[in-house]
Design a protein around this ligand. Structure first.
Ligand code: FAD
Length: 386
C-alpha cells in the first residue's frame, strides 16, 4: 500500500502512528468511559501542529495535502474513531473558513484553529433538520445594528468545550424576508446568551462528546457572517455544507479504515491462540474465510479513502462522489467485520474488557454520523446533489 505514498508521506505516517500510540492509545478505554477528557487529546494534537496540516503556511499551518491529514486520522481511528469525529467537526469549520471566510476572519481564526488553541464545531442539525439541511429553522434576525441568533441545535460535537461554532441559520433582514441559509461564527466562550445542554449518551464514538446547544437571542456581529457577501440563494449555502461534509466523510472513512485494521489484528491474534476441539480456531476454514474477507474489505476501503483524499486536491470535480463512496464502503465494512470480530472472540467478544466490543459499537455509529449510508447512496446514484 505504501507505494501510493511518497517517501515524505511514509515518514510522516510513521510519525503520526508513533504520536497516536504514545498520546491517545493509552487513554482509549478511559476516553470511551468518559473518565479522560477529549479536549486534552485535541490540545495535544494542536500543539503538535496536526490540526493545521492542511492550513496554508501564511495562517500558521503546514500546507500539506489532505491525504496527509487522512493518514493521521487513519492512525487515530485504529485506537479511537471518536477522536476522529471530534476533529472532523473542527476540520469542517477550517474548510469552510478557508474557502469562504473573509481575509479578516481567516487571519483571526485560522492560526488559532491550526494550533488547537481554538476548538471549533459545526452546528447544523436540529430536531427537525437531520439529513435534510434545508429544513434548518434557526434564524438570525434584525438589522446591522442589532442582529440576534435564535435556535436549537443538537448533536453538536465538542459542544461542551468548543470555543467557536459555525452555526447554520436563516438570515432574515425584514419580516417579509423568507430568509436565506447562512453561516455565522459564534464565540462559544461567552456563554451568557447560549445554553449548552448535557453531554448526550450514545452507543459508540463516545469520546466525541456531543450536546444540544440553544441560542436564545444571542447578539451577533455582522462581521460574524461567513463570506463577505452572504450566499445568494439556499442552493449555494447547501453546496457549501455538502462540500464540508465531503471533507468529514473522508475523515470518518479513514477512521473506519483504522478500525478495520484494528479488527483484523485482534481477530488474527485470537484465531492464532484460541484452542477448541484440539487445535487453534485459526485452523478452521470458517474462521480463515472471515479473516480473508476482513482483509480484503480493509484494503479496498483504504484505497477508496486515499483516492477520495487525493481527489480533494488533485481532481476536485470527483471529490464529492469519491467521498460518498468511501464513507459508504468503509463504514459498512467496519460494521460487518467488527461484528465478525466479535463472533471470532465468542463470548469474550461481548465483554467490555475486550477491544472488539468497542469496535462493534463505534462501527455502527460510523454508518450514521456525517451523513447516513442511505444518503451516500443517493449521492452516488445522483439522486441528491453532493
Ligand atoms: C456522534 C454524533 C456527532 C454528531 N455531530 C454533529 C455536529 O457536530 N454537528 C451537526 O450539525 N450534526 C451532528 N450530528 C448529527 C448528524 O449529522 C445527523 O445525525 C445525521 O445528519 C443524520 O440525521 P438524523 O440522525 O436526524 O437522521 P434522519 O435524517 O432523521 O434519517 C433517519 C433515517 O432515514 C434515512 N433517510 C433520511 N432521508 C433519506 C432520503 N432522502 N433517502 C433515503 N433515506 C433517507 C436516513 O438514512 C436514516 O436511516 C452528529 C451525530 C452523531 C451521532
Amino acid at each position: 500500500m505504501n507505494t501510493f505514498l511518497s517517501s515524505e508521506q511514509q515518514a510522516l505516517q510513521a510519525q503520526y502512528r508513533a504520536f497516536v500510540k504514545e498520546h491517545i492509545a493509552p487513554h482509549a478505554k478511559a476516553l470511551d468511559s468518559g473518565s479522560y477528557n477529549t479536549r486534552d487529546i485535541i490540545a495535544d494534537l494542536g500543539q503538535q501542529g496536526y490540526l493545521g496540516i492542511c492550513i496554508p503556511k501564511e495562517y500558521g499551518g503546514q500546507a500539506l495535502p489532505f491525504l496527509n491529514f487522512i493518514l493521521l486520522v487513519e492512525a487515530i481511528g485504529e485506537v479511537d474513531p471518536g477522536i476522529a469525529l471530534a476533529i472532523a467537526g473542527h476540520a469542517q469549520v477550517v474548510e469552510l473558513l478557508s474557502k469562504f471566510g473573509t481575509d479578516k476572519q481567516k487571519s483571526r481564526y485560522l492560526p488559532l484553529l491550526a494550533r488547537g488553541e481554538c476548538l471549533a464545531t459545526l452546528a447544523v442539525t436540529e430536531e427537525t433538520a437531520g439529513s435534510d439541511f434545508s429544513a434548518v429553522k434557526s434564524t438570525v434576525q434584525g438589522t446591522k445594528d442589532k442582529l440576534t441568533l435564535t435556535g436549537q441545535k443538537t448533536w453538536v460535537v465538542n459542544g461542551p468545550f468548543a470555543n467557536l461554532a459555525l452555526v447554520m441559520a436563516r438570515y432574515t433582514e425584514s419580516a417579509e424576508d423568507q430568509g436565506r441559509l447562512s453561516f455565522w461564527l459564534v464565540d462559544m466562550d461567552n456563554r451568557t446568551e447560549l445554553n449548552v445542554g448535557s453531554k448526550q449518551g450514545k452507543l459508540g464514538l463516545r469520546s466525541a462528546i456531543t450536546s444540544p446547544v440553544a441560542f436564545n437571542g444571542l447578539s451577533v456581529n455582522p462581521e460574524a457572517l461567513l463570506s463577505e457577501k452572504r450566499f445568494d440563494n439556499d442552493e449555494q449555502a447547501l453546496d457549501a455544507i455538502r462540500h464540508a461534509q465531503s471533507v468529514s466523510k473522508v475523515i470518518m472513512a479513514a477512521s473506519a479504515v483504522g478500525l478495520l485494521e484494528h479488527a483484523v489484528d485482534e481477530s488474527v491474534q485470537r484465531a492464532r491462540t484460541r484452542e477448541q476441539f484440539g487445535s487453534t480456531i485459526g485452523r478452521l476454514q470458517a474462521i480463515q474465510w472471515k479473516l480473508a474477507d476482513m482483509s480484503v474489505d480493509s484494503s479496498a476501503a483504504r484505497l477508496m479513502t486515499y483516492r477520495a483524499a487525493w481527489s480533494k486536491d488533485e481532481k476536485p470535480e470527483q471529490f464529492s462522489k469519491y467521498a460518498a463512496m468511501c464513507k459508504l464502503f468503509a463504514a459498512r465494512g467496519a460494521r460487518l467485520h467488527s461484528s465478525e470480530a466479535v463472533q471470532i472472540f465468542g463470548v469474550l467478544g461481548l465483554s467490555d474488557d475486550e477491544p472488539v466490543e468497542k469496535l462493534y459499537r463505534d462501527a455502527k455509529a460510523l454508518e450514521i454520523v456525517e451523513g447516513t449510508s442511505e444518503i451516500q447512496k443517493n449521492i452516488i446514484a445522483g439522486l441528491a446533489k453532493a
